[in-house]
Design a protein around this ligand. Structure first.
Ligand code: ADP
Ligand code: MG
Length: 339
């Protein structure tokens, strides 16, 4: 099958960084841009922040070096190739894996950090895309089960045939690390843009909230905008990264751990707004898998995050905590509040 006509797009949740300064506001803008974790990243900070930005970039590269599934030097690679033996890991890897495990349990396995064999089979690691049949998928799913991960004292044990992928939470965790580095350096205003993951630090230099656009899937504009201070805004969508087969069927990179197939739960995208980037990242992926009904029930149970859901039938569902922060930009999408 010819998979060459694949599309690759990663610029979800584009930040509408309207740098409209009030007169008299002349704080210096520092910026650094680079690619890490397979993502174009841009860190902005106001004040004298060049050194801080360098430190933040180095931290992201350090995390990438620990968490990469393809780099033979990484800790995740070591766990995945340990043949069932215990692998000692750094505090960062341990903390993130522990967090991913907790979130997998909380989302009833909608997020599953052991999904790697299936992600790899679809070609999302190598870029050599292929469609897997039912039989192949059910064989692969026997190797997916987060409850088999054993978190020992500073070490991890994973059954021989299983493999980890923290791709659904790594950028959110990295964004939290950057926000902490900003805070330690006394930076009160900045924007951390890691692809679909945005971390708004403080307010804009003029004191107004950061405005983050929620992209119209396959469109040019924004469906809506959220205005936030000190918050993570993380979007997961099937339109971010996918390939198309000869018949025009699309296969995207967020998989349903119960079927092994691209999650097709009635959502085009999920945007989570909450304080922690890691929490937002875990939830954006998990809720994309859950679909709108389970998402609503989940939100009603926890209420410690807000969300904007775009459904496949082009409706917008927004939780009530965003009533002051969310504005609809495209009237073609009917809006319903969840409360
Ligand atoms: P992105 O990394 O594109 O911002 P996500 O945060 O939603 O998007 O993470 C998607 C990545 O997580 C996939 O590329 C894959 O590596 C992995 N993944 C896919 N489905 C799941 C899942 N159900 N649970 C955990 N990880 C997943
Ligand atoms: Mg995610």
């Amino acid at each position: 099958m010819n998979m060459k006509n694949m599309n690759y797009k990663r610029a979800a949740g584009l930040a509408v960084v309207t740098a409209l300064f009030l007169t008299g506001c002349s704080e210096k803008e520092s910026k650094i841009a680079f690619t890490a974790m397979d993502t174009y990243m841009e860190l902005t900070a106001y004040g004298d922040a060049d050194e801080t930005l360098q430190e933040a970039k180095e931290r992201i590269l350090e995390l990438e070096g620990l968490l990469s599934v393809t780099n033979p030097e990484s800790e995740i690679y070591a766990i995945n190739h340990a043949g069932g033996a215990d692998i000692s890991v750094s505090a960062y890897t341990y903390e993130l894996l522990d967090f991913a495990y907790t979130m997998a349990a909380r989302t009833d396995g909608a997020l599953d950090p052991t999904i790697y064999p299936v992600v790899d089979a679809w070609g999302f690691i190598t870029g050599e895309y292929r469609v897997s049949g039912e039989q192949a998928l059910s064989a692969l799913l026997e190797r997916v089960d987060y409850t088999a991960v054993q978190l020992l004292d500073k070490a991890v044990r994973l059954p021989d045939e299983m493999e980890l992928d923290l791709g659904a939470v790594a950028k959110g965790y990295a964004a939290d690390a950057v926000a902490e580095i900003y805070a330690d350096a006394g930076i009160a205003s900045g924007l951390v843009y890691l692809g679909g993951n945005i971390q708004a630090v403080g307010s804009k230099p003029d004191g107004s909230p950061w405005r983050i656009g929620i992209q119209e899937p396959d469109g040019e504009g924004y469906v809506g905008v959220v205005s936030v201070r000190n918050a993570a805004v993380v979007t997961s969508g099937g339109y971010e990264r996918y390939f198309t087969d000869e018949d025009g069927n699309r296969y995207w990179h967020i998989l349903d751990p119960s079927t092994g197939k691209p999650a097709d739960s009635g959502l085009l995208s999920v945007t989570i707004v909450t304080e922690s980037g890691a929490y937002a990242d875990a939830l954006s992926t998990a809720i994309f898998v859950m679909g709108p009904d389970r998402a609503e029930a989940f939100w009603k149970e926890y209420r410690d995050f807000e969300m904007v859901l775009l459904t496949t039938d082009r409706r917008v569902l927004v939780t009530e905590g965003l009533s002051a922060a969310f504005t609809l930009e495209n009237e073609d999408y009917p809006l319903r509040w969840i409360d």
